[in-house]
Write a protein that binds this ligand. Sequence first.
Ligand code: EPU
Length: 418
Amino acid sequence: MKIKIRGKKRLQGTVKVSGAKNSAVACIPAIVLCDEEVILRNIPDIEDVRTLITILDQLGYAVSFKNNVLRVKKFIKPSYKVTSSEVNKLRGSYYFMGSFLGRYKKIIISHSGGCDLGHRPINFHLNGFKSMNVKIKDYPDYMCLKTRKLIGADINLEFPSVGATINLMIASVLAKGTTIINNAAIEPEVSDVANFLVSMGAVIEGIDTSKLIITGVKSLHSTDYTIISDRIEAGTYLILGALSTGEGITVLNVNPAHMEALTKVLKDTGCDIVTSTNKISIKRDLNKPLNTIHLEDGTYPNFPTDLGQLINVLMTQIDGESTFKENIFSNRFSHVSELIKMGATIDVKDRVISVKGPTKLKAAEMDAYDLRGSASLVLASLTTRGLSTINNIEVLFRGYENIVEKITSLGGYIEVID
Ligand code: EPU
């Protein structure tokens, strides 16, 4: 699949942000912990969610997904084999490890997939499970994890990994005794998953802090829970606002507290930002050039890695040399060669991306390799009046709900070709 895309001089308007992908992809597998009906609201209609729904369906759950409301009910004991070809389409499928270990003590699961951002081991997850009395066998195509009794443990994460924190938290909710996760990730999506588990009767202390204390309970009960909105999607449209010369872009349905690292950077470039309870507006000052920025990503509340490739596009429009250091993933640079095709002066050395601007980007034919990289090519294409083509665009639809409609409503032209 590919898209044809072109900008227009004045992209402007309002965008309603969807539910957070990285909350949804963890909450959905966590449903396995509960035998009663679970209702999740604000679930984005994106490919990663559809893949997880297919997996639940294959496992024997009754699932309905309409108007961003997901209803799931178990009606048979699911097979502990989670090995369909869907599993390796995304990263979040590995959260079935935590939920199956918690509820059924056993899982055979294919290796999960996700964006190629360099080596992405899951040793922190597996070491945590082992300390909870889980035996693990790793085969070329799948893993077998099982325990006679899942027992709470004191776990010290080497790095505050989002995935490991969530997976171990999910597992420990029904484990015997108390689990302490030290050096836990504090990303808003981690807290959201914790709050979802608490809404089903889990006992978790220390939510929003780097020490989570989970006291195992016997079973969970039905819930109706609304997940948070997607701060990375919100950030994508705010960066588009900084790139465009219209009357500004407003994002609705956003928690400004989750966006502070980005809004600070955008203010540093010279953009006007107005924030209120649920919305953020951005407008570029067309009388002044954008200021250079030098930043690096880090764990929350630092600048998120997921917005690195997108902020690189803004750097192409800044007067002078800006830099971005990627600290989280070893290879999140697939967009660089593609932006060069559009005429960008951009270079990577030792995980530091240097961008010299301003450059009037020109339309090009490009290839998408990963989710945020593909979104960065979309933003770059929207700065030009020429018609760009982005091939292999499926990755974009894994994480952005209604992106074609949203960009069209802002005044961009985007056409999907199967
Ligand atoms: N790491 C290990 N061992 C582990 C786990 C992680 O060495 O067992 C390393 C990773 O290789 C990486 C670093 O630790 O270098 C951070 O990884 P983390 O576990 O925090 O990330 P993740 O759980 O794999 C999630 C999001 C990513 C987001 C990161 C960081 C999901 C499904 N994915 O990944 O989202 O970039 O946290 O915030 O929640 C995206 O949405 O485009 C995306 C890639």
